[in-house]
Design a binder for this molecule. Structure first.
Ligand SMILES: [Zn+2]
Length: 402
């Protein structure tokens, strides 16, 4: 038996298309995600470990604190868990744990300023919450003591990139800092395993400091784009740890991103030459300091700092940083360049870029040179965010495939 439809119900059915077409109150549009500004390398943790200071107030010592981070318009900083070469094969992992713990303290003690983050979503959430993000990048592959278990443990403790080497060649990767002939001809077979395991767990491969052959091996082996967290252009300044145009093109092909380093000797050959001459001149005095403090502790570091201050290098203007950006954009493309200051890891800074509070001069100069707003956002952090997101995606896919 067919049920009769009540007349009011029939009316409702007939009117449904009209009701649906009635103009609905428009939903408030979610705000467009803000463009994130990222600096991928600062050595502030070493400074903080050696001479603890209040990150919540403007300091005269060093290049970085949270008020100056805010003044410079910086949203996210990768603090370097830098493991000096002297710990290679002598307690490197223990030291790495110590400096990573220091970074956690540097974030945890200042909840009104920053949040510790381990992902692209974590960075954006911190910014949405009107805070800045602090992340960890390990500097020096010797930190893992040739153990993939340690590599995985460091990931769990928050490390999201690792430079395959520092200035020292380790047991599985050649460094650009070694004058001796290559030990491994790039990456050893175990070094290639390290790269693949970093891909699988979602840790970015950082090629800053590695030899040219290690770089080419890394981009050939890696299943995800790689980063150079703090490397400038070798065409403009011939430091062996800078990137050649050919390397920049290979990095672009890999989808990666190279972040320009602010150290004057990596920006200008005039400064590099003077820096080498100074090293030679100060060799006996530095050796004497080392004899007094063989562990290269606070006394040694203070002595070196005073020697450097007494023997200044030629000045270079901060706009040279933008010259490097310009060149690298021309060679690699707009999607493959970013910012990696190396603040607190460099004994000299360019004039006008004395600390992180000066950072916003860079987007202003890019604008003056004709870069579009979208391109400036890419350089100031969104290129890096894209690569970090890609690394997260590759890790998920590799984990799902197992
Ligand atoms: Zn470095």
């Amino acid at each position: 038996m067919q049920k009769r439809i009540a007349p009011f119900l029939l009316l409702l059915i007939l009117a449904a298309p009209l009701l649906a077409a009635a103009p609905a109150k428009p939903l408030p549009k979610p705000p467009a995600p803000e463009a994130i500004t990222v600096d991928t390398h600062a050595d502030t943790p070493t400074e903080f470990l050696d001479h603890p200071f209040d990150l919540g107030v403007v300091n005269t010592r060093g290049h970085f604190d949270y008020p100056r981070m805010k003044a410079g318009g910086l949203d996210a900083e990768f603090f370097a868990a830098y493991v000096p070469a002297k710990y290679a094969n002598k307690g490197a992992a223990a030291y790495c744990l110590k400096i990573m713990e220091t970074i956690h303290e540097m974030a945890d003690r200042y909840p009104s300023w920053v949040r510790f983050a381990t992902s692209t979503a974590g960075i954006r959430a911190a910014v949405a919450d009107h805070r800045r993000a602090i992340l960890i990048g390990i500097e020096g592959g010797h930190a893992i003591e040739d153990s993939l278990d340690l590599l995985r443990a460091f990931y769990r403790l928050g490390a999201r990139y690792m430079t395959l080497t520092h200035t020292n060649t380790n047991n599985w990767a050649d460094s650009s800092g070694d004058e001796a002939p290559a030990t491994h001809n790039g990456l050893s077979p175990f070094g290639k395993q390290v790269v693949l395991e970093m891909n699988r767990i979602g840790m970015m491969i950082d090629i800053s400091h590695v030899s040219d052959k290690t770089f080419y091996d890394a981009v050939a082996v890696s299943k995800a784009p790689v980063i150079a967290s703090h490397s400038s252009s070798r065409a403009l300044a011939s430091a062996p740890r800078n990137m050649t145009d050919d390397m920049l093109r290979a990095l672009a092909k890999n989808g990666g991103v190279a972040m320009v380093n602010f150290y004057p000797a990596f920006l200008s050959d005039v400064v590099l030459k003077a820096s080498k001459a100074r090293d030679e001149k100060l060799k006996p005095e530095i050796a004497a300091l080392k004899a007094k403090d063989p562990s290269e502790g606070a006394e040694y570091q203070e002595g070196v700092r005073k020697l450097m201050a007494a023997n200044p290098l030629p000045k270079v203007s901060w706009t040279v940083i933008v010259d490097h950006i310009d060149h690298m954009v021309k060679v690699a493309g707009i999607d493959h360049v970013g910012i990696g200051s190396d603040f607190d890891g460099i004994p000299e800074v360019p004039e006008g870029m004395e600390d992180i509070s000066k950072l916003s001069a860079i987007p202003q100069e890019l604008k003056r040179r004709g870069y579009s707003e979208a391109d400036i956002h890419k350089i100031m952090g969104e290129n890096f965010m894209r690569v970090f997101g890609e690394v997260e995606k590759v890790a998920k896919e590799m984990q799902a495939a197992k």
